[in-house]
Design a binder for this molecule. Sequence first.
Ligand SMILES: C[S@@+](CC[C@H](N)C(=O)[O-])C[C@H]1O[C@@H](n2cnc3c(N)ncnc32)[C@H](O)[C@@H]1O
Length: 314
Amino acid sequence: MNADETNHADVAEQSRKSCHVSVMSAEVVQWLEPVAGGVVFDGTFGGGGHSVLLARAASEHVGGGGRVLAVDRDPAAADVGLATIAGLPIDLFCGSYHQVDRILKAAEVEALDGVVLDLGLSSDQLEDRSRGFSFNGDGPLDLRFDPTRGRSAKEFLAQATEKEIADAIYQFGEERLSRRIAKQIVMRRQERKPVKTVAELVDICRRCVPRSKGHDIHPATRTFQALRILVNEELAILESALKVLPSRMRPGGRIAIISFHSLEDRIVKNAFRDDQRLEPLTRKPLRPSDEEVAVNPRSRSAKMRVAEIKRLVR
Ligand SMILES: C[S@@+](CC[C@H](N)C(=O)[O-])C[C@H]1O[C@@H](n2cnc3c(N)ncnc32)[C@H](O)[C@@H]1O
């Protein structure tokens, strides 16, 4: 299948129960080149768009027998996904993509031919007010991909020191005004009005972060990004997965990673450059087409990098 044969309408049709529109899906299928009988690992199932296209490509277009192992950390995504994968050669698991060994064992698969990671959050998660991901609304400040495990953002803000909060917002959000925001958060705690909701945190960010000229990102963007990365340990999980995945792949297999901010992209770029097992195939990251960005504005910050597992040199 080439890039032109995959279109966004296909993805929307297959993911009927999800409102997420997959990003750079034609490029994912094109670069992973699913092979007959091959096994592709979709580590971020989300609405299932990439999994469905890869399963179709592996089973219909290249001789059949291919299979997709898909995983999502969000139990809600895995639940909704069961309807999406019906009748397709996709095994869907709930868990984190860095636990690839657990998934390979459960699926009785020895090695992978392709891997895709489409990082960040899905539109389904963004739309669900009970999760706290969107700052255009209100709801509990949770921000966990898996709300059944770990500590929510609200709990972190209730327990951490002012310095820990400021450091997290600076490190994971690259927010220059992190100290000012952390101070306000801790002041509310001292007044026995701890920050518990999206609207309360947005209000603090609005008061601490002035809108700058020609720079129209929302004042809460960086703070929410930071807290989400922190509570989900997103960067540590990505680093850990990048260490293990190449060893679980066949020579010639490809790994494609789509990231949405510079912290993630830097980790991917450095790992692809420094890992002796990998040959980077994209010197510069691939970007979505203008046409895709017009249809799906959420894709505008996507950057995709692809690497191949080196073949043995005799
Ligand atoms: C951008 S969406 C993926 C969309 C998907 N590629 C599609 O085409 O519909 C990212 C998904 O990754 C999941 N996720 C984030 N971190 C994860 C992790 N460590 N392990 C597994 N899934 C994760 C999120 O829960 C979310 O559903």
